[in-house]
Design a protein around this ligand. Sequence first.
Ligand SMILES: Cc1cc2nc3c(=O)[nH]c(=O)nc-3n(C[C@H](O)[C@H](O)[C@H](O)COP(=O)(O)OP(=O)(O)OC[C@H]3O[C@@H](n4cnc5c(N)ncnc54)[C@H](O)[C@@H]3O)c2cc1C
Length: 395
Amino acid sequence: MMTNNYDTIIIGGGPAGMMAAIASSFYGRKTLLLEKNKRLGKKLALTGGGRCNVTNNGTHNEIFSNIPHGAKFLYSTFSQFDNHDIMAFFKENGVKLKVEDHGRVFPVTDSAQTIISSLQAKMVALGVTILTDSEVTSTRKIDDDFIVKIANNTKFTGRKLIVTTGGKSYPSTGSTGYGYEIARHFKLNVTDLKAAESPLITDFPHKKLQGISLHEVTLQIGKQKITHDLLFTHFGLSGPAALRASSFIKADETIFLNFLPKISENELADKFEQLRDKSVKNVTKLFLQERLAEFLIASADLELEMKIKQIPLKKLANLINLMQAFPIKVTGTMSLAKSFVTAGGVDLSEITPKTLMSKSIENLYFAGEVLDINAHTGGFNITCALATGWVAGVN
Ligand SMILES: Cc1cc2nc3c(=O)[nH]c(=O)nc-3n(C[C@H](O)[C@H](O)[C@H](O)COP(=O)(O)OP(=O)(O)OC[C@H]3O[C@@H](n4cnc5c(N)ncnc54)[C@H](O)[C@@H]3O)c2cc1C
């Protein structure tokens, strides 16, 4: 018969929960991981476009500068387990990693399943009891023990409870905010929940550009400039440049896109002049993807087959300007459910940074996105989840 008493119970099988389970069982504790989905790491599987952006290989300063909220709190966590420990962990467990632009780290297989399987295999090797399809419906503390009940009414007892239920964005992946209820049950403060890393909704005829993915575009809002990848979608803009902009953009603000930030306006004008016998379509296509090139030529009110030398100088200057300062009005940002990250969560002043234990409830821990920490996409949230998971599991 299954005994239902554990040293550590972990609620939520995302990156934070899986790493917490590994650390807890590594230190010899009898560990139970409860996940409500049929499989582990459903949200992790979506990151990096399905390739799993497992961490970032930047310095501590670079990592902290990509964590708009909660960086200071994490100093202690990263002094115990950081992005380099994450990379070493996966290498030791047979996962080859590669570093792409902006320090983004992926498995060489380009498959999120590689990362999830390796975390799962490590848990199995260490003897973690993993119960999927097990939604926690109630959590109480009686004397020194936590009593955790799942949907089929099975009860488990644990000396330590680690809550790694994630935030509230993309609820279809399982993160519906149950961890905040646990925090409130134990009278811990939960700060206001808001969308972070949100795609931008624009008033732009996006259908024509839908699906175009651009590398290293500069997005300018007022004086702020963000140079990163960008994606045109059916509602507007997504990709790292748009997601980062969402934290400070205001509704009805106009952004300007420079599709060619590495070339100066004069250099671009010279190139057009040198190729004056060619068609505007062929010259513009040298710099931009065909669909975008054709769209900008039409926006500049030019015919595709016109020779550069036939175009009045003012109109040519306008085309070049559109290539380097294309205006788009942003009408809003996506809701929390459709944003990549949740800002807000369990108040950091309730938690001891060194151990991630609640200051008021002995042996209750929180790790991952359930905490009031949010980072940019690019592997920084996952780094926070894996590192805080490890620290909560160890302590
Ligand atoms: C589309 C998308 C792309 C992203 N891309 C990136 C990226 O490139 N880089 C980056 O750093 N971050 C990215 N993120 C954010 C990142 O995925 C999350 O920050 C990270 O997964 C949080 O980890 P977590 O373990 O705290 O929570 P989650 O991964 O959300 O895991 C929480 C788990 O808890 C389970 N759970 C919840 N309630 C219960 C319950 N009552 N009982 C049992 N189980 C429960 C859930 O089912 C879930 O599996 C992306 C997010 C999305 C949605």
